[in-house]
Write a protein that binds this ligand. Structure first.
Ligand code: FMN
Length: 325
């Protein structure tokens, strides 16, 4: 993995985001210089039962590389079996989710529940590493709660079990997504292990990525919510890392083209009827903070079909363009 991290075109990676980082989203982010993308988390149990929905999460294509496939589960044998299945797709790494705090996940003993069960976490990693030749990475949180910060200890266990890298989201599981990510913990993990450490949490702008790399010494950064409606953040990070300059970002016309391309790809991927629903959230993210976006959101919210939504979007961008002249 250190080889893989070094070989990546960029030190800025796209986080796994359930319901968001599907194939269309990854294909939109890649041309902006995103170094490595992850699928959303995929249930190991669902994979070995071959549920259609789970298999759909694995959808990829030759242009969708480098790619990490993320699994979650709590039974070492089942996660290993799922990893063998995934390995046939020849991803660049298989990531194990040990940080998801969602009730549905932790009640099965997987995700962030493993922050409270380090021996089991170690057995899962060992089983997967033994089962596949693909590098195995692990994504963890700072700890379960502020009183039980154990990411450095967890990372050492992961390293001993053969993990090739560890991603640390600097929040505790009981924090969910509230408050701030503690980057200090990421720095402590970096001190604790020799494998590459990927820092994650609260990178909203290019300068945050640069600051995280500098302050924590981490080997790469992972961007989650900061990439929503803003896939060009990876270009900004690349530019700031290479010459310290702030990238201008796309023009209004370029933004509109990106949105339309993303929508088209989503429609090809899941059918235009379903995309009318799944793409709504992206429209809101893409227009957040733009002049008059409240009114646009309100009107697009009332529309039902692809054609009228697209017309509303184009009209909105025309108005933005006219008012910027
Ligand atoms: C909507 C949403 C879905 C997420 N899904 C996943 C997931 O499938 N796997 C995972 O490891 N983390 C998941 N996360 C956590 C993110 O990968 C990331 O660790 C977290 O958002 C912090 O990074 P950020 O501050 O850059 O967003 C999710 C977060 C959000 C907001």
């Amino acid at each position: 993995m250190s080889g893989l991290i070094n070989a990546l075109g960029s030190k800025a990676l796209l986080a796994p985001l359930a319901g968001i980082t599907n194939l269309p989203f990854r294909l939109i982010a890649r041309p902006f210089g995103c170094g490595l993308c992850f699928t959303e988390m995929i249930s190991a149990n669902g994979l070995i039962r071959e549920s259609d929905k789970t298999i759909h999460y694995l959808a990829t294509c030759p242009g969708d590389r480098p790619l990490g496939v993320q699994l979650f589960g709590s039974d070492p044998a089942i996660v290993a079996q799922a990893a063998v299945r995934v390995a046939h797709l020849q991803p660049d790494c298989i990531d194990i989710n040990m940080g998801c705090p969602v009730r549905k996940v932790i009640k099965t003993g997987s995700g962030a529940a493993l922050m409270k069960n380090l021996p089991l976490a170690g057995r899962i990693i060992t089983a997967v590493v033994k089962a596949v030749a693909v590098p195995v990475t692990v994504k963890i949180r700072a700890g379960w709660s502020p009183g039980s910060i154990n990411a450095p200890e967890f990372a050492r266990i992961a390293e001993d079990a053969g993990a090739a890298a560890v991603t640390v989201h600097g929040r505790t599981a009981d924090q969910g997504f509230s408050g701030h990510a503690d980057w200090e913990v990421i720095a402590r993990v970096k001190q604790a292990v020799c494998i590459p450490v990927i820092g994650n949490g609260d990178i909203w702008q290019a300068k945050d990525a640069v600051r995280m790399l500098r302050e924590t010494g981490c080997d790469a950064v992972m961007v989650g919510r900061g990439a929503l409606g803003n896939p060009w953040i990876f270009q900004g990070i690349g530019q700031m890392l290479s010459d310290g300059e702030t990238a201008a970002g796309p023009t209004l016309q370029q933004r509109l083209e990106i949105i339309k391309k993303h929508w088209e790809t989503e429609a090809d991927f899941c059918g235009s009827r379903l995309a009318e629903r799944t793409f709504r959230k992206h429209l809101l993210w893409y227009t957040k903070g733009l002049a008059g976006s409240g009114r646009f959101r309100e009107s697009v919210g009332k529309l039902k079909d692809h054609h009228s939504m697209l017309t509303e979007l184009e009209r909105y961008f025309e108005r933005l363009h006219d008012s910027s002249l």
